[in-house]
Design a protein around this ligand. Structure first.
Ligand SMILES: C[S@@+](CC[C@H](N)C(=O)[O-])C[C@H]1O[C@@H](n2cnc3c(N)ncnc32)[C@H](O)[C@@H]1O
Length: 275
C-alpha cells in the first residue's frame, strides 16, 4: 500500500513526523514495533509510523526549531532547494518540506540510517525527498546545486573539516547559505583535540570554540558568516524504548563543569555562512 503524501491526511511533518494511517490491529502494531526495534537504536526522531510512536535518543524537533530560525534570518527555505548533509534517518528532510522547501536531498553514508529512512518511507510516495547513502565527499557531483544546506552534528566527527567546508561551499548556488551546527565548548578561538573519548563518545576529532569555527568558515572562503545560536543540550537526550543509549550528561564530572575525561563540557553552536 503506497500512500500519496499530499493526498493522505495521516501524513504530517511537524515536531513528530507522522506517516501512514494509524492501525488498530494489535498483531500489525507489534510487527511494526518489532521491525523498528530491530533497526535501532534510533538516534533521531520522533516519528509515528502507522500510529506507532518512535522516540529517538534526541528530540530532534528542538534542534530543528533553532536551525529553521537561523535560516529564516537569511531568507528562509520556502521554495528553496535544500540538502541535509549527515541527515541520519532523514528527520530534518520532512521538516524542510513542512517549511516549504521545493525538495530536500539527504546524504548520509551509514547503512543503518538508510535502513531507518527506507522503513519510515516504505508506504510513502514522496518525490520531493531523496536519501543517498553517501558522504559529503559526493557533493562534488552537486556543484552549485542547493540554495540552503544544513550540516548539523557532522563537522566534529570529520578528520578533515576543511575538506567538508570546501565541499559545502562548492555545492551552494551563489548567494546560498549553509546552516552549520556543531558540538563545541566555551573556548573562543581554541580547539580541544581529545586524546580519546570526549564526554564518553568516540569519533570526536575536535571540540571547537565558536570563534575557531567562524575563522574556519572565513578561511574556507565563505563571504559572510555569523554565530546565530548557542545552547546547552544536555537535557535534549533521553533513553527511550527505541534508543537505550546513555546520554552525554552521564559522562560529566559530578561538579558538572567538566567531562569525566577532564575537558570543558559541551555546548552546541549554530552558524550561518553565505557563499
Ligand atoms: C551526530 S549525527 C548528526 C545527525 C543530524 N544531522 C543531527 O544534527 O541531528 C552525525 C551524522 O553524520 C553522518 N556522517 C558521518 N560521516 C559523514 C560523512 N562523511 N558525510 C556525511 N555524513 C556523515 C553520520 O552517519 C551521522 O548520521
Amino acid at each position: 500500500m503506497v500512500l500519496d503524501s499530499r493526498a493522505n491526511k495521516s501524513n504530517s511533518y511537524g515536531d513528530c513526523v507522522r506517516i501512514g494511517e494509524p492501525i488498530s490491529d494489535a498483531q500489525q502494531v507489534s510487527r511494526i514495533k518489532e521491525e523498528a526495534m530491530a533497526l535501532g537504536p534510533w538516534r533521531k526522531g520522533p516519528f509515528e509510523i502507522h500510529g506507532v510512536r518512535i522516540d529517538g535518543q534526541w528530540d530532534s524537533s528542538l534542534k530543528w526549531k533553532r536551525a529553521l530560525a537561523a535560516a529564516d534570518l537569511f531568507g528562509g527555505i520556502q521554495g528553496k532547494r535544500v540538502c541535509d548533509v549527515g541527515c541520519n534517518n532523514g528527520y530534518y528532510l520532512f521538516r524542510a518540506l513542512e517549511a516549504g522547501a521545493s525538495f530536500a536531498l539527504g546524504l548520509d553514508p551509514a547503512a543503518a540510517f538508510e535502513q531507518q529512512f527506507r522503513f519510515i518511507t516504505r508506504d510513502l510516495d514522496e518525490a520531493r525527498i531523496q536519501f543517498r547513502k553517501v558522504g559529503y565527499q559526493s557533493l562534488l557531483e552537486h556543484k552549485e546545486a542547493f540554495d540552503v544546506i544544513f550540516c548539523m552534528g557532522v563537522i566534529y566527527h570529520q578528520r578533515n573539516p576543511y575538506e567538508l567546508l570546501d565541499a559545502l561551499r562548492d555545492s551552494l548556488a551563489p548567494g546560498g547559505i549553509v546552516v552549520l551546527e556543531t558540538l563545541g565548548a566555551n573556548l573562543d578561538d581554541r580547539v580541544i583535540v581529545p586524546a580519546g573519548k570526549y564526554a564518553g563518545q568516540g569519533g570526536i576529532w575536535m571540540v571547537p570554540g565558536p570563534t575557531a569555527v567562524l575563522n574556519m568558515l572565513k578561511r574556507s572562503g565563505f563571504g559572510m558568516n555569523r554565530t546565530v545560536d548557542e545552547w546547552d543540550a544536555r537535557d535534549e537526550q533521553q533513553r527511550t524504548a527505541f534508543a537505550d543509549l546513555p546520554p552525554m550528561r552521564e559522562f560529566y564530572h559530578e561538579s558538572g563543569s567538566r567531562t569525566v575525561e577532564g575537558y570543558e563540557v559541551p555546548l552546541r553552536y549554530l552558524f550561518v555562512a553565505k557563499r
